[in-house]
Design a protein. Structure first.
Length: 458
């Protein structure tokens, strides 16, 4: 048997990449306020900003798009979409949305988070923003190992069950709207959650009468890592593991732009009929009729097929191996990363890599800028810029970690592209002491990293 893991697909269509010079990229970055979100895609060579909506779709997905039923109500494409989701999750009510954050907005808008707490292993940015916008408080309860990038614990995405119990006891059940687990734990380094942890969190919620939901946008990658790492699951299929995973929850939100292998779309799924009725009413008000939910029929078809393809274990083996390959390359270059590798991205520990830049000077964003200047690579900061907050006295409240995420789009880049990324990392590592910190000159009240403007410290 060969050691080489090949891409389990062949390329049928190509898209040209636009090459730029380093001096041009310096000027482009300056005009964008040192924020890669504000750089035009045509000026990016390797785009690792996100794995959301950036997948290459299969021939079967494109064929499904041609079959899309664009009827306003009762479209056949919706029933394919519904069946695909129900076969995996088992949930009774499937509500389509145009993407994951719309599902979050509808869930938090109907379950009443105002003046209450929502608990999570680690909230991602849009989830936290939706909760805070509606007057709730998002609280993270990660396990201690999650705060140590070098720790090799296999399930660093887990929630701290002891902290969960203590929080419920201290605040009281009536002050907690719901508990969520993000799988995989994106803000915590793309780390998986074990099924044992899901069971334990579920049991605490059931005994306390608190709804328990999953943020399931990377469920397939999480389930494959359970198969690899958790005792007792190696002989089970990924679909069987997923079915068990969802059976412990009351519902889920999902951005189908990740493990749905689609470019747009999402859904909200649950078992509570009364809550589902409220959510469908809000859906009609803000998204569209419940059998399309802001999506075209062709998009419903693409998601339905994508949910079938994402459970293919040859694909998942290749997917996880490609993440591991990039991480190994960085580690050999002396670039510290979050260990062990997760399912969709490699996360650089920028505080450890750039110790001369203080957290107040955004070391993660500084490294993001270097990756672009040196190689035209777009990554994203997951740290002080994304999650930092200013107090009334102007002092910045900083998160525990400053990470740089290089998210790998599904079925898009080849090994030579990843080798190029590793080479750029090696070049930056040789002269890392020259990397300068940044200062913030503009920020918005919510999700500031999307539109922030910065400038270098000289």
């Amino acid at each position: 048997m060969t050691k080489t893991i090949i891409e389990p697909f062949k390329i049928k269509m190509v898209e040209p990449l636009h090459l730029t010079r380093e001096e041009d990229r310096r000027e482009i970055l300056k005009k964008a306020g040192y924020n890669l979100f504000l750089v035009k895609a045509q000026n990016i060579l390797i785009d690792l900003l996100t794995d959301s909506g950036t997948s290459a779709m299969s021939s079967e997905q494109w064929a499904g798009m041609m079959r899309g039923d664009e009827s306003y109500a009762g479209a056949s494409s919706f029933y394919k979409f519904e069946e695909a989701i129900r076969s995996i999750t088992g949930f009774r009510y499937i509500i389509p949305t145009h993407q994951g954050r719309a599902a979050e907005r509808i869930l938090f808008g109907t379950i009443n988070v105002k003046d209450k707490f929502v608990l999570n292993n680690t909230h991602f940015d849009t989830t936290r923003a939706n909760i805070e916008y509606l007057g709730g408080t998002a609280v993270d309860l990660p396990i201690p190992e999650a705060r140590i990038p070098s720790d090799e614990f296999p399930f660093k995405g887990n929630m701290d069950v002891s902290l969960l119990k203590s929080f419920i006891q201290e605040k009281g059940r009536d002050k907690i709207s719901l508990v969520m687990l993000t799988i995989t734990n994106n803000s915590g380094g793309g780390q998986p959650v074990s099924l044992q942890n899901v069971k334990e969190v579920s049991a605490v919620c059931k005994s306390s009468g608190i709804p328990f939901f999953l943020d399931a946008c990377r469920f397939a990658e999480n389930c494959y890592l359970i198969k690899e790492r958790e005792p007792g699951y190696s002989s089970k299929t990924v679909k069987e593991i997923a079915q068990e995973l969802f059976s412990y929850a009351d519902g889920c939100t999902m951005s189908a732009k990740k493990d749905g292998l689609a470019n747009i779309g999402g859904f909200l799924a649950l078992n509570d009929e009364n809550l589902a009725i409220q959510e469908k009413n809000l859906l009609i008000l803000t998204e569209g009729f419940p059998t399309y939910g802001g999506l075209a029929g062709r998009d419903l078809e693409a998601i339905a097929q994508g949910l079938i393809e994402v459970l293919d274990e040859d694909y998942l083996n290749y997917r996880i191996a490609s993440i591991r390959y990039l991480q190994n390359g960085f580690e050999k270059a002396g670039i510290p990363t979050v260990k062990p590798p997760g399912g969709h991205a490699v996360y650089i520990d920028s505080r450890a890599f750039l110790p001369h830049i203080s957290p107040e000077q955004f070391p993660g964003q500084a490294l993001v800028c270097e990756l672009y200047v040196k190689g035209g690579i777009r990554a994203v900061e997951v740290g002080s810029l994304m999650f930092g907050k200013k107090q009334s006295d102007g002092k910045e409240i900083l998160p525990a970690l400053d990470l740089v995420r290089l998210a790998i789009p599904r079925r898009v880049y080849t090994q030579s592209h990843i080798d190029y990324v590793i080479e750029i990392g090696e070049e930056i590592a040789k002269h890392k002491e020259k990397t300068r910190g940044l200062k913030l000159i503009y920020e918005s009240p919510f999700l500031r990293h999307f539109t922030a403007k910065l400038e270098p410290l000289f």
